[in-house]
Design a protein around this ligand. Structure first.
Ligand code: AMP
Ligand code: MN
Ligand code: MN
Ligand code: MN
Length: 277
């Protein structure tokens, strides 16, 4: 029984439509799937419908952008009610920042001679407020500035690079409260990807738990075994559950396909135990 609780559609920065994501997951043998687009729930209805035709279990999700101690973190909301007013308002506020940031990114890129990226990037986004750095990255790849999306981040869009624009998202405690207030559970996404020491990661986990967080993503694309074990220990210590997800974005760009994610270390309770039907 394969489970994947983290992936993206064209409603945010993925390239497949929500139903294409579901069909691909089904082909890969996934029986429980959550779609977790960045700061937006627009793809959930279509995905749920597609999953219904396949009798696949579908868990409505979202990946919320957060700023914690000056760093961007991602918190997954699983089993959310997308219509819950506080969640709707919170996500809308975050997406508004994507519009302004997009214009700033285009300005920064034009300073290094790369002109006219805003309209091109907007064309790739489902909605202006869903604009992602990934859309800019795809534009730069198409124009030959780099060979793939990852290289664009390394050369232009990552922190400290010429097209990087620092962004304040929402706070960690508010993101968790929107998720929990809508009936969902909050999961710290890909904890191994943040540039933190073990001490700082420990502090993050303690605060996440104190604010009402429920689980930690223990296996995710690119997360080392050592980090999985480190965070599995954190789960045991703080009574947090474990989650897993491919963070799939695109057949062309993602190294790990939907559902092809290793199970996490044992003696950790699955987040699915909090999401029983
Ligand atoms: P944004 O939320 O618009 O700032 O974009 C963040 C997204 O960019 C992440 O969800 C990933 O999909 C993508 N991303 C971030 N860093 C990298 C990287 N180094 N290589 C490839 N994609 C990245
Ligand atoms: Mn993404
Ligand atoms: Mn993420
Ligand atoms: Mn993601």
């Amino acid at each position: 029984m394969k489970i994947d609780l983290h992936c993206h559609s064209s409603a945010s920065d993925g390239t497949l439509s929500p139903s294409e994501v579901v069909f691909r997951a089904h082909r890969n043998g996934v029986s429980t799937l959550s779609l977790t687009d960045h700061d937006v729930t627009d793809g959930l209805e279509e995905a749920a419908q597609a999953a219904g035709t396949l009798s696949m279990r579908f868990i409505p999700g979202v990946e919320v952008s957060v700023t914690w101690e000056g760093n961007t973190l991602h918190v997954l909301g699983l089993g959310i009610s997308p219509g819950c007013p506080a969640l709707v308002a919170g996500l809308k506020g975050i997406r508004e920042r994507r519009v302004t940031r997009g214009a700033h990114i285009a300005d920064e890129l034009s300073r290094v001679g790369i002109e006219g990226t805003l309209p091109a990037a907007l064309e790739l986004a489902a909605h202006p407020s869903n604009l992602s750095r990934v859309h800019f990255a795809r534009v730069l790849v198409a124009r030959g500035y780099a060979r793939d999306v990852k290289s664009v981040f390394q050369q232009f869009l990552g922190e400290g690079k010429p097209g990087f624009v620092p962004q304040e998202w929402g706070s960690l405690d508010r993101a968790i409260s929107w998720i929990k207030g809508s009936g969902g559970v909050a999961v710290l996404a890909h904890p191994g990807r943040y540039p933190f020491s073990q001490e700082k990661s420990g502090l993050l986990v303690r605060e996440f738990k104190r604010f009402g967080g429920d689980g930690i993503e223990l296996t995710s694309a690119g997360q080392s075994k050592a980090k999985s074990h480190f965070f599995a220990d954190s789960c045991r210590k703080h009574q947090l559950c474990g989650s897993l997800g491919s963070d799939f974005h695109s057949p062309q760009e993602s190294r790990i396909d939907i559902g092809r994610i290793p199970v996490f270390p044992d003696r950790v309770t699955s987040i699915l135990s909090l999401l029983e039907r």
